[in-house]
Design a binder for this molecule. Structure first.
Ligand SMILES: [Zn+2]
Length: 363
């Protein structure tokens, strides 16, 4: 227990160091990066509001918890002090990589863990927020939050990856060692929100396209649309809000939605009206506590199901749980709350998926 508290304190210290280290870094270099595909505006979606250097959320009332509240929660308020919230690795299954490699047309989704999905649509394979990190945090994961459920497949064994979607720059969604390895092995196109293309370019990864909300690109015949989310960004104390956060829609013969990290707001309805109905929507169901701090930027399991309805999604897949020791809630609580809410709303349980890591589902 003491060791864990010490580790959290070390993480805070490391963040402060990272803050000092990156104080002079430019994060918003202008101009196209690499051979940028044509960017096309999409009707019915808002562009991201800005104030000075920082991006803002759509909700004018949006207010996240103060640094004091968040640090206080990080240092003294965590459930690592509570025995029943201790974590156990989820049971994983090894995905049938050969079948995934040979699949040229069926729509599939494989949960790797946290917000990492391997998705196939119309013969194109892509990843969402890829992380194979053992520890999620600064300095290439030297310090940070430990992974307690192993990735069910090694990154090197994946089928060829055509593109990668990144929702925002938080460490558990943008893992530097993972994106460096992906770039080296597969050279995928990184489709990212404004500001993250420059961050990748600073690391020698130039095969990327940066989008604002309401913009789209074609990648291998699929239309990839940058859509709003309600969250925040920052890898240090001085770059808060400098790189945009987003959700993503991928449109081909079927329609896929990936929420990233987000609080609940009218953007789900806006996206459902503009681009729905979706065949599959991936929404976070974990790390929603303590509610007083998490609510603006993280939906609860019940809000995830409401969001799926707003998006007009035929199928729901719950992600962002059971992988990193981030959550304040007991780590299996999202499962029980989703099951209860499915019953309360009279939803079809067969259309609400919480797969095992490594499990592949057709959609
Ligand atoms: Zn986040």
């Amino acid at each position: 227990m003491i060791a864990r508290t010490a580790r959290r304190t070390l993480l805070v210290f490391a963040l402060l160091l990272a803050f000092a280290h990156s104080a002079g870094e430019t994060t918003l270099a202008a101009g196209p990066i690499g051979a940028t595909p044509a960017i096309i505006a999409v009707d019915g979606l808002s562009a991201a509001p800005r104030a000075g250097r920082a991006f803002k959320n759509l909700d004018p009332e949006y207010k996240r918890a103060s640094y004091y509240q968040r640090l206080h929660s990080l240092i003294v308020g965590g459930t690592w002090l509570v025995p029943e919230s201790r974590v156990t690795p989820l049971a994983t299954v090894a995905p049938d990589v050969r079948a995934l490699r040979e699949n040229g047309h069926d729509a599939t989704v494989t949960w790797i863990g946290h917000s990492t999905l391997l998705v196939q649509l119309d013969g194109v394979t892509f990843l969402t927020d890829p992380t194979w990190a053992e520890k999620s945090g600064p300095f290439g994961g030297l310090v940070g939050v430990r992974r307690y459920t192993p990735a069910p497949v090694s990154l090197e064994d994946l089928p060829p990856i055509d593109f990668v979607l990144i929702s925002h720059d938080h460490y558990d969604h943008l893992d530097e060692p993972t994106v460096r390895r992906l770039a080296r092995i597969f050279n995928p196109t990184f489709v990212v929100p404004l500001g993250i293309g420059s961050w990748l370019a600073d690391r020698g990864i130039t095969n990327s396209v940066e989008l604002n909300w309401g913009q789209s690109v074609k990648v291998k015949g699929l239309t990839v649309v940058c859509t709003p989310a309600q969250h925040g960004s920052g890898r240090t104390l001085v770059d808060q809000g400098h790189r945009l956060w987003a959700s993503w829609a991928v449109l081909g013969s079927q329609r896929f939605y990936f929420a990233g990290d987000t609080g609940y707001y009218s953007h789900f309805k806006e996206i459902g009206d503009a681009l729905g109905p979706f065949d599959l929507a991936a929404l976070p169901i974990g790390s929603y506590t303590p509610r007083s701090i998490a609510r603006p930027g993280h939906i609860s399991p019940e809000e995830a199901l409401q969001a799926s309805t707003d998006l007009r999604a035929a199928r729901f897949i719950g992600i962002h749980w059971g992988t990193f020791d981030l959550a304040r809630e007991p780590y299996r609580e999202p499962l029980a709350r989703i099951a209860a809410e499915v019953g309360r709303r009279g939803l079809d349980p067969a259309a609400v998926w919480i797969p095992k890591p490594g499990e592949t589902l057709p959609w």
